[in-house]
Ligand binder design. Structure first.
Ligand code: NAD
Length: 360
């Protein structure tokens, strides 16, 4: 039976890389019934909204989506499609694996890390108060009545809220992921030495959840020390779970450690659905040239296949990608040492080479 999957092709290089990923996924023999939905600038032009209700309805119905990158129009008060999707579908876990592939230029070898980032709260929730506004002055006055440490009247405020419920949910997700994927260690990343109440709570909950998983090792690291240790001995770490903002920053760092955006996949997962997408954006300067690297989008498809428990197909695609990158012949310009566009494979040609590997 074919899987019903919402496909958001994206814009800019999005349509090219998602088109490549679609062909590669179909080459595995797994059948898909794609429900194609437009979002972002394409939807804005046609429907007057960057995120039409039909997109959310389709993902709610199918519980799963593959999404190409979307351009967020600058100005005009447009809501961010990614943030709106995460909140509408309560996709609370952002899963960002970083694995080294032979043939990708990088200062690190043998990186195999998974960042599990809380997606719903922390400083990312957007609870902010503008400098000089009357609301801000009232809140500062109230804080100064209750806190021994005064906040300057000239300050702007961003509120960091951490709840035990969301902390527990994300840490449990990390342990369940570790168990399902044969991972040995979960590290809770925080700044509890300074933010004793918010990050202290995240750490306390992490320790409590860890005690429910005696088969998985657990430790914790302060976020700055975590970054240094990842630079020095990444092989000592495995699954890293952390609040939203640290997750955003640390996962970009781990993507950089494996060669950057072109090869970094991700998933946003909740109880009601899952959206798989490359970490990179729509790279407008490359759009329409068939030169963008499709790897991140194809590896996001691999994550989707594993989510669907199509493990053989997932392994076939991942092995195909590995082989083509290691050979270094049929790869896009960014994966070539000389970065010579004239000698590089096009987006579609790299996908063709991966398909040929899968079908060998
Ligand atoms: P970007 O990721 O689109 O591009 C940054 C640079 O990275 C590009 O100039 C390009 O050199 C390189 N790059 C990215 N992906 C590549 C690929 N597959 N192959 C080869 N090179 C690649 O980031 P940006 O320029 O900051 O953002 C462009 C647009 O994308 C913005 O509108 C932004 O809001 C949007 N965006 C969307 C998403 C998403 O939909 N998930 C994520 C990030 C940015």
């Amino acid at each position: 039976m074919a899987y019903s999957v919402t496909l958001i092709p994206g814009d800019g290089i999005g349509t090219e890389v998602s088109g490549a990923a679609r062909r590669v996924l179909e080459a595995t023999g797994v059948e898909f019934d794609w429900d194609i939905q437009e979002a972002g600038v394409t939807a804005l032009e046609k429907h007057g909204d960057v995120l039409p209700d039909a997109v959310i309805d389709s993902i709610r119905k199918n519980n799963i989506a593959l999404k190409g990158p979307l351009t967020t129009p600058v100005g005009g008060g447009f809501r961010s499609v990614n943030v709106a999707l995460r909140h509408a579908l309560e996709l609370y876990a952002n899963l960002r694996p970083s694995r080294s592939y032979d043939g990708v230029q990088s200062s690190f070898d043998n990186v195999d890390l998974v960042v599990v980032r809380e997606n719903m709260e922390d400083l990312y929730a957007g609870v902010e108060f503008e400098q000089g506004a009357s609301d801000t002055a009232e809140i500062i006055a109230e804080i100064n009545k209750r806190s021994e440490k005064p906040v300057s009247k000239t300050a702007a405020l961003s509120i960091k809220a951490i709840t035990p419920e969301n902390s527990r949910r994300i840490v449990k997700f990390a342990f369940e992921y570790a168990r399902e994927n044969g991972r040995k260690l979960v590290t809770s990343v925080h700044k509890a030495n300074i933010m004793k109440y918010t990050d202290g709570l995240f750490l306390e909950v992490s320790q409590a959840v860890a005690s429910e998983y005696p088969d998985i090792e657990f430790n914790d690291r302060i976020v700055d020390n975590m970054c240094m240790q990842l630079m020095q001995k990444p092989e000592q770490y495995d699954v890293l779970v952390m609040p939203n903002l640290y997750g955003d920053i640390v996962s970009d760092m781990t993507s950089g450690m494996i060669g950057g955006l072109g090869v970094a996949p991700s998933a946003n997962i909740g109880e009601k659905g899952a959206v798989f997408e490359a970490i990179h954006g729509s790279a407008p300067s490359h759009a329409g040239k068939n030169v963008a690297n499709p790897t991140a989008m194809i590896l996001s498809g691999v994550m989707m296949l594993r989510h669907l428990r199509e493990f053989d197909a997932a392994n076939a695609v991942e092995n195909g990608v590995k082989k083509i990158i290691a050979e270094g012949k049929n790869v896009t310009y960014d994966l070539r040492e000389d970065r010579d566009q004239s000698k590089a494979a096009k987006t579609s040609e790299m996908a063709d080479a991966i398909i040929a590997e899968i079908q060998k």
